[in-house]
Design a protein around this ligand. Structure first.
Ligand code: FIX
Ligand code: ZN
Length: 419
């Protein structure tokens, strides 16, 4: 790219655009399932419209009771959302625009605003055809599921009908074990693990056996937990004890990252159910202490509060066993993705994972990645232009390599490292 500066800038735009179009994406955190999990895999227009982000948004425009909304069928809820957010108003919020992006990607006529026409279109696909189509359209190499052994519907699949699909990799989710110990220790006992409510050395030994059993069964990419903003390390807190005395030792044994998703205030508004969670600033000192005290463990972290982002990026500079990822949930809006990603590029170069989808509905992969690429395109053009202005000689291959790193390549390297 050694031509005159103007053509160089034009060719950077073209090269970055091409690299973003062709990159094969690793989606490091989703709530999707492969088709062997049956109805747990959500897809299609009615699931798109009843995504909990849109439920929270639609309830702001109405005074119907929450019970009245929840008493509607999925189809009626979808029609209610469609009418309020797409017929009566322009769908300009990120989650609403996402539905528009999906419908456009399939070339559907949006001027008709006919929900039944869209339903009819999607009804022509079998689930496996639709999985292939969506993963192809979104350029997904593989995605990581969220797998909870305590979820009855899911455990049945693991006990029998699970069929591996390399495009859907498991993650062992530990919220019920860690945050729900007092309610769930007896379930663990009923499964044959000789645990007691008091977390003594014998119970810790059995918790480790449970973890090893599920790691051998699932071959997870990582173990994960979502933690409240109030989470602190304390030998009075079951989650804190089990993390330090069981999860981290077993994670190190299998060289698995421990994913900590920090800052979710569960059920701020319980009437909204899954849509009722909110956010709080967490104590970055917890991440700092764990990364420093467990140098042979790998920590895969995202935080939900915008106020935590700067200090998390600085912490990632201090600890190579900390890999930060994604613009999570309330952060996954262009204005904030732009700000967070700019600072990460400035301070971490390529040593982070730009984004994840957190998709709950298969079709969302199409819009979440399209929208994210639209945000990062100008940021990368600006940085590559700046490095050329500073005198660097840049090749097309180097641009592609950088994009690959940010879309899962550096994550894969982090998985392979043993500290
Ligand atoms: O804990 C999590 O994995 C969160 O991402 C979810 O609980 C949340 O509902 C979500 O899907 C956010 O995007
Ligand atoms: Zn999630």
């Amino acid at each position: 790219m050694r031509r005159g500066m103007t053509t160089v800038m034009d060719s950077i735009k073209e090269c970055v655009g091409k690299a973003l179009e062709k990159v094969s994406i690793v989606d490091v955190h989703t709530h999707l399932f492969n088709s062997s999990f049956g109805e747990l895999l959500l897809w299609g227009i009615d699931e798109l419209l009843t995504y909990h982000y849109l439920v929270a948004e639609v309830m702001r425009y109405t005074d119907i009771s929450y019970d009245r909304f929840w008493s509607m069928s999925k189809k009626e809820q979808a029609e209610f959302v469609w009418d309020e957010l797409f017929v009566k108003r322009v769908p300009i919020s990120e989650a609403a625009r996402g539905v528009v992006s999906v419908l456009s990607a399939f070339g559907l006529d949006l001027s008709s605003k006919s929900l039944d026409t869209y339903r009819d279109y999607f009804s022509r696909y079998s689930v496996d055809e639709y999985v292939d189509t969506v993963l192809e359209m979104a350029h997904i190499d593989y995605l990581v599921m969220t797998n909870d052994p305590f979820d009855e519907k899911e455990r049945v699949v693991w006990d029998g009908s699970y069929v591996e699909d390399r495009r859907f990799r498991p993650a062992l989710r530990l919220d019920q074990l860690l945050n729900g110990w007092l309610n769930n220790w007896f379930t663990l006992k009923s499964w044959g693990y000789n645990v007691g409510e008091v977390i003594d050395s014998d119970t810790l030994k059995e918790i480790k056996r449970f973890l090893r059993d599920w790691i051998k069964r699932m071959s997870p990419v990582y173990m994960a937990v979502s933690l409240p903003p109030s989470f602190e390390l304390s030998y009075k807190d079951p989650a804190s004890i089990i993390i330090q005395e069981a999860v981290l030792p077993v994670a190190e044994e299998f060289n698995l990252p421990f994913a900590m998703m920090v800052g979710v205030k569960k059920l701020s508004n319980p009437m909204l159910r899954l849509a009722g969670d909110s956010v709080g600033k967490a104590n970055i000192g917890v991440i700092e202490y764990l990364c420093r005290s467990y140098p042979h463990n790998k920590f895969f972290v995202l935080m939900l509060s915008k106020e935590n982002q700067h200090e998390l990026i600085v912490m990632a500079r201090k600890f190579r066993n900390l890999h930060i990822f994604g613009c999570w949930w309330f952060l996954n809006n262009p204005s904030i993705v732009r700000e967070i990603t700019s600072e990460r590029l400035d301070m971490l170069g390529f040593s982070f994972t730009f984004q994840h989808s957190d998709a709950r509905v298969l079709d969302q992969l199409i819009y979440k990645w399209r929208h994210s690429k639209d945000v990062i395109l100008p940021l990368l053009i600006e940085r590559y232009s700046a490095i050329i202005r500073s005198g660097w000689h840049l090749s097309e291959v180097e641009i592609e390599k950088g994009v690959n790193a940010l879309f899962g390549g550096e994550f894969q390297s982090f998985l392979d490292r043993r500290f």
